[in-house]
Design a protein around this ligand. Sequence first.
Ligand code: IPE
Ligand code: IPE
Ligand code: MG
Ligand code: MG
Ligand code: MG
Length: 295
Amino acid sequence: MILERYFENRRTIINNALDRYLESEETYPSKIHKAMRYSIFAGGKRIRPILMIATYEMLVNRRDSRTIQKVLPVACAIEMLHTASLVHDDLPFIDNANERRGKPSCHKKFGNAVAILTGDALITKAFETVLKLRNHKKTLLCLQILLEAASTRGMIGGQVVDITASQKRVKLHVLRDIHLKKTGSLLRAAEQTACVMANASEPITNALRDFALNIGLAYQVIDDILDEVGADELLEKESGEDQRNEKVTYPTLLGIEESKKQALKLIDDANKIIKYMPNNDVLIEILETIRDRIP
Ligand code: IPE
Ligand code: IPE
Ligand code: MG
Ligand code: MG
Ligand code: MG
């Protein structure tokens, strides 16, 4: 990977910012702060905040660690919302997963009650973190985008249909909608907030929203494939979760090969959207990283 150092550096900046924004483990009541930090720092590729930052840098045509300081509250808020969604997703009443990010999942380590509250606390912390932005108009716009992304019209809505759809006959267009909501919403928020922060034009904002939805769907299709083929190492968790929960997935509806084809096509469509944008090299590399996950 040509831009390996760039990604490593941005990941470190994001992790340091998350460390600043979250309460210390000792802060009373320490149990919840320990659990929040445990889930945030268990690992994680940080693809959403990196995408947000990289898009912002592309749009303002500057690439240095000083430029990105002012968008860190939003980038970290997206990672907090995402981590909250994973903590809740793993609960016994949802996917019942024992591992996450290569470690015992939050409820395995801290118990169900604390895990529920940890997800809640990460969600409220995310919105509190957005308030650290200096520009009030942009703060409101970013809050609006993130609230929509997490809402019953976005991630939470997708998760609800995901659990109620299992064991039922589900058509491909319904599954596509589940994936776009449960996974696409936060990736779309990463693009939209980057556009707000960079004062991007409406056509660029719309194009990047479509770019994100293509990646969002591809990302979840690939996650489904990896779960089906038993790629425990790449997933950093025990695979076979979807089969165990009798989930409807792209592989169950289309088979592995066709699912791979669809993922490739979605990434190709995303590539077409940004192909002629100036300074797009990091976004192209992010697309390649996602494509490389296809087994
Ligand atoms: C896992 O997301 C859940 C999905 C939406 C597929 P990631 O694969 O981005 O997980 P982390 O953040 O790297 O742990
Ligand atoms: C998770 O989808 C989507 C969200 C958490 C919003 P999955 O249930 O497929 O994610 P993994 O496989 O547990 O990471
Ligand atoms: Mg799930
Ligand atoms: Mg799951
Ligand atoms: Mg999965």
